[in-house]
Design a protein around this ligand. Structure first.
Ligand SMILES: Cc1ncc(COP(=O)(O)O)c(C=O)c1O
Length: 456
């Protein structure tokens, strides 16, 4: 077939899949999206855990357009802008007392922010005279982004496999996953966190003084599906990192900016990372935006050392993205959306979500329902008694996702939670403006979608 014939039947857009057709989205409002046929979708996953303040908030568009009319762009090697400086101060305050005196580095998204954090950790070590330290330890089942540096510290097998010959490998350690706990705990995983933290300590020791940082998602995002760590784990991890001179990088691209019912998820366990990485909810999807928040120790090492971070993107601190992010932060605070996302607060919308999702537990094919705040995972299994996963080629999660979409419900299906290949789950991460009625409707549709996938 000639390429011109091929091209005549194919969209010019390089989409996520050439085998699938995607509806064309035209509008969003609150928790809903519409496609060009007029079909309405309830956004039960915030796209991919992105939207937090709801779709179609006019004041965000107004803030972006005002900024674009005044000044669309300057290069960060030549100028700063007031929007960047003021927003950085606001974000430092939002990140809490541990980041007082720190600095915020703005990027265009999650992967860029992770790349930035990895290089910042390396430069920090060089600045303080630890130039041997260059390794970044991460965990096996994780996702930190799609650029090669971020992929090298990610553990998500499916997303890495093809690119493995191109990435530099450092140690990956296990992460507590209570539903399938490697220690077979009988105490609800009250103590195994220490065992996982001990594994990290052994990996740091095995690096022979070359470990620069440990990066982890405080609550697992897409790869495991909202797995919440057992008590004590993150505190011990922070303590181990501190004792060994290894920076702790918390990747809160998915969990930051209120998603789990705290400004940042680490606050649930009173952990103070050296570097916080965030994106997604930072702009709620209104513009490409990510941020790396460095504590005072890290910022001081560069400021008082060589004086310049050897890193940069053309679109660092893009004024229009920052205007969007700043306006999102204002809405998030004014509307008390972090409180709405706190599943431990009775009466919150997150508590309603948790209660509604719990009801899925008794159903065939649902092995586990886990999560915190407005970030939940539903793990699908072939046998609930033995936790046996479905065969990977069945793509059970994908089937549930497809069937849900047909019904006008958006969830985020993933595979690989068991061992990187096997295991199916759906991620639920709605905007914080979702209502109880919408949640109840969504859970009914999800039940129907699971049933349909089971019968297929
Ligand atoms: C924890 C985590 N880190 C990094 C990334 C990469 O972010 P982005 O897709 O914005 O580059 C993601 C994306 O899903 C993520 O969930």
């Amino acid at each position: 077939m000639s390429s011109s014939v091929q091209n005549s039947t194919r969209s010019a857009l390089f989409t996520r899949s050439f085998r699938k057709s995607f509806p064309s989205a035209v509008r969003g409002e609150g928790a809903y999206l519409w496609d060009e046929s007029g079909k309405r979708y309830l956004d039960f996953s915030g796209s991919a855990a992105v939207n937090f303040i709801g779709h179609g908030v006019a004041e965000i568009a107004a803030a972006m357009s005002a900024q674009a009319r005044r000044l669309e762009f300057v290069h960060s090697s030549q100028f700063v802008t007031s929007v960047a400086e003021e927003y950085a101060e606001e974000l430092l305050r939002f990140a809490g007392p541990n980041f007082q005196g720190g600095c915020v580095y703005f990027t265009g998204g999650g992967s860029e922010s992770v790349e930035t954090a990895l290089k910042l950790a390396r430069q920090y070590q060089v600045e303080i005279g630890q130039s041997k330290r260059h390794q970044i330890i991460s965990r096996g089942q994780s996702y930190h982004g799609s650029t090669l540096g971020a992929l090298s510290v990610s553990g998500n097998k499916r997303r890495r496999e093809m690119y493995l010959p191109m990435v530099r490998e450092f140690a990956h350690v296990a992460f507590p996953y209570c539903y399938r706990c490697a220690f077979d705990c009988k105490d609800g995983c009250r103590n195994c966190g220490q065992e996982y933290a001990a594994e990290l300590e052994r990996a740091i020791e095995a690096s022979n003084g070359q470990a620069a940082a440990f990066i982890c998602e405080p609550v697992s995002g897409a790869t495991l599906g909202a797995v919440v760590p057992p008590p004590g784990y993150l505190r011990t991890v922070a303590e181990v990192c501190g004792r060994h001179g290894v920076l702790l990088i918390a990747d809160e691209v998915m969990t930051g900016m209120g998603r789990t019912g705290r400004n940042f998820a680490v606050e649930h366990w009173e952990v103070a990372p050296d570097i916080l990485v965030t994106a997604k909810g930072l702009s709620s999807g209104y513009a490409p935006l990510g941020a790396v928040i460095a504590n005072k120790k890290v910022a001081d090492a560069i400021a008082g050392g060589s004086g310049a971070f050897l890193h940069g993107f053309t679109y660092n601190s893009h004024p229009i993205s920052l205007a969007a992010g700043r306006a999102v932060l204002a809405v998030l605070q004014r509307e008390k959306l972090v409180q709405a996302a706190d599943s431990a607060t009775p009466g919150s919308v997150a508590a309603a979500l948790s209660t509604a999702l719990e009801k899925l537990k008794s159903r065939d094919a649902v092995g586990d329902v886990r999560g915190i705040g407005l970030l939940w995972g539903v793990e699908f299994v072939a046998d609930t008694a033995t936790k046996k996963p479905f065969p990977a080629e069945l793509n059970f999660a994908g089937r549930v996702g497809q069937s849900a979409m047909k019904r006008g419900l958006l969830v985020y299906p993933m595979q690989g939670c068991v061992d990187g290949i096997l295991g199916d789950h759906g991620l639920i991460a709605p905007p914080a403006v979702i209502t109880r009625e919408q949640i109840d409707w969504a859970v009914e549709q999800l039940k129907g979608a699971i049933e349909e996938a089971r019968k297929a």
